[in-house]
Design a protein around this ligand. Structure first.
Ligand code: HEC
Length: 102
């Protein structure tokens, strides 16, 4: 009986680990999708060819600091405040991580 419970417990732990890993992958995928919304203005993968600032290749801290400053209004903007208000802070964090690695 005790052995059976241990096997059951081990099984639950494995299922638990699998469950924890799955949302992490889904979150990365959705962050990439969210980051796609930035490229219409900032150029493909954040590399601008026009007047728009290039955002690719900046550090994650640089990007996330700017985004949070736009969102709070600490940094004035034409469109970025409206855009950043549509995202939670953790989404801005995830998006910044994607773009920093482009
Ligand atoms: C509608 C066009 C548009 C979209 C979409 C857009 N941006 Fe911007 N972005 C701008 C403009 C314009 C600026 C300059 C500040 C302003 O006037 O809003 C800017 C500025 C920035 C800056 C500051 C760059 C610097 O060097 O100071 C960052 C970082 C940034 N955007 C990131 C993003 C991210 C991340 C997304 C996607 C969630 C995004 N932007 C979507 C137009 C856009």
């Amino acid at each position: 009986m005790i052995t059976q419970n241990k096997i059951l417990l081990a099984g639950m732990v494995i299922v638990g680990i699998a469950y924890v890993y799955q949302p992490a992958n889904a979150e990365t995928a959705s962050a990439a999708v969210l980051a796609n919304t930035c490229y219409s203005c900032h150029g493909t993968n954040g590399k601008s060819v026009g007047d728009m600032p290039t955002i690719a290749g900046k550090t994650k801290n640089f990007i996330v600091d700017k985004l949070k400053a736009f969102k709070s209004g600490a940094k004035s903007s034409t469109v970025m405040m409206r855009i950043t208000k549509g995202f939670s802070d953790s989404e801005l964090d995830a998006i910044s991580g994607i773009i920093a690695n482009k």
